[in-house]
Design a protein around this ligand. Structure first.
Ligand code: ADP
Ligand code: MG
Length: 146
């Protein structure tokens, strides 16, 4: 399996509850490494653009309001099978259905305030990474080094 990259967001509830360190630890323990990381507060157009695929969903307006309600951390995670690995560590969208030990099971407040975002495919990961980061902002790791 090749080294892959995926976009991860620590959502407003994660920063509000002060669990950033614990969440980053979960990613580190899973073998994923951050290759870019930035703190920001999304504007309404930025959040609407990011979640454009969901614009017809009943929860879209509320989701955009929630995602702009406080600071977030956007990061690019790299590692073996990073897209699927990240989704596994995150847990199911609804924390009520998330497996034990996953970030959403441990920290999410609700199906909306569910602590983390993760790209759902390699193709979407490329688009989502480019939404927040330029190529020159991504650091390089030597994965052959132990
Ligand atoms: P995921 O983040 O697991 O990929 P989706 O892409 O389906 O989930 O949805 C994007 C985000 O929209 C979710 O992470 C969550 O914050 C919010 N969301 C999804 N479904 C609902 C819902 N039924 N009610 C409120 N918010 C929702
Ligand atoms: Mg999704």
């Amino acid at each position: 399996m090749a080294i892959e990259r995926t976009l991860s967001i620590l959502k407003p509830d994660a920063l509000q509850s002060g669990v950033v360190g614990k969440i980053l630890t979960k990613f580190e323990e899973s073998g994923l490494k951050p290759v870019a990381m930035r703190m920001l507060q999304l504007t309404q157009p930025e959040a609407e653009g990011f979640y454009a695929v969901h614009r017809e969903r009943p929860f879209f307006k509320s989701l955009v309001a929630y995602m702009t309600s406080g600071p977030v951390i956007v990061q690019v995670l790299e590692g073996e099978n990073a897209v699927a690995k990240n989704r596994e560590v995150m847990g199911a969208t609804n924390p009520a259905n998330a497996a034990d030990g996953t970030i959403r099971k441990l920290f999410a407040k609700s199906i909306e305030a569910n602590s983390v975002h993760g790209s759902d495919s390699a193709e979407n990961a490329r688009t989502e990474i480019a939404y927040f980061f330029s190529q020159t902002e991504l650091v390089k790791y030597d994965w052959a080094r132990k």
